[in-house]
Ligand binder design. Structure first.
Ligand code: PXL
Length: 257
């Protein structure tokens, strides 16, 4: 039987912890065949971003067309899109191919390096979020998208409700005692534990890729979210976020779907 398929539309992090490499490793670990369209090259490692080169809009379109010409893909995730123009193009193409899209609204790298130009939040809200099945902001991204300053869980709930006017949203809880806040017409707190670690580079990419992989395997959002959260937390705890090695294969591929 053919494995389920998924597409990542994101940037390239040569150090392998984030971006399309993290996405495809995550898809593969969950027995989902991964494809990837690259929107931007970055020169970076865990400590710093030294440069970004955006791929031309025409060439991104060509990559997407050729992947879609080959494979019957239904689920995609977006990561680093870098410019408002890229957001607009990717939104148009994903709509053309009627893909169910999980949006990781990447703006800044964990190291603090900028991965997006000005106007990103506005472009995401105007073009991409209204057609997405889920957006997965961390606290900083949720602040940007909602315009609400987040100091505690109550603020995060308000931000989720604001973003939730456009699209189902999960505010990931790296800083909220490890709880995620899911809003899809009503608030649901997905309980988790906060794991203290400096090895979290790529955790947002891995999380949104895992959600996408579980959706492509037929799980509902409500099932996919806690499973993806558990996977990322265990990978951080065991120090294998970038490799998703054997512990994971046994525990997370799972038996259902
Ligand atoms: O985790 C955000 C992210 C997304 N995409 C690329 C990145 C990073 C963080 O470094 O490099 C390409």
């Amino acid at each position: 039987m053919n494995p389920p398929l998924a597409l990542s539309v994101a940037g390239f992090d040569p150090s392998g912890g984030a971006g399309v490499l993290a996405d495809v490793k995550t898809f593969h670990s969950l027995e989902v065949y991964g494809t990837a369209v690259i929107t931007a090259l970055t020169a970076q490692n865990v400590k710093r971003v030294a440069g970004v080169e955006e791929v031309s809009l025409d060439f991104v379109e060509k990559q997407l067309d050729l992947v879609m010409e080959e494979y019957p893909i239904h689920y995609a995730k977006t990561g680093m899109l870098h410019s408002p123009e890229m957001v607009k193009l990717v939104a148009r193409k994903l709509e053309e191919y009627q893909l169910d899209v999980v949006v990781d609204p990447v703006m800044v790298a964990g190291s603090g390096g900028m991965l997006s130009q000005k106007g990103m939040s506005r472009a995401l809200k105007k073009y991409l979020l209204p057609q997405a099945v889920l957006v997965t902001p961390n606290l900083q991204e949720a602040q940007e998208l909602s315009g609400i300053r987040i100091m505690d869980e109550e603020d995060a709930i308000q931000a989720a409700k604001e973003i939730g006017r456009l699209v189902p949203v999960v505010v990931t809880g790296g800083h909220l005692h490890g709880h995620d806040i899911f809003y899809n017409g009503r608030v649901q707190i997905i309980k988790g534990e906060l794991i203290k670690s400096s090895h979290t580079h790529g955790s947002g990419c891995t999380y949104s890729a895992a959600v996408t992989a579980y959706l492509s395997r037929g799980l509902a959002l409500e099932e996919a979210l806690p499973r993806a959260a558990k996977l990322v937390k265990e990978a951080i705890r065991k120090g294998c976020l970038g490799t998703l090695n054997q512990f994971f294969l046994a525990d997370h591929r799972g038996t259902s779907k």
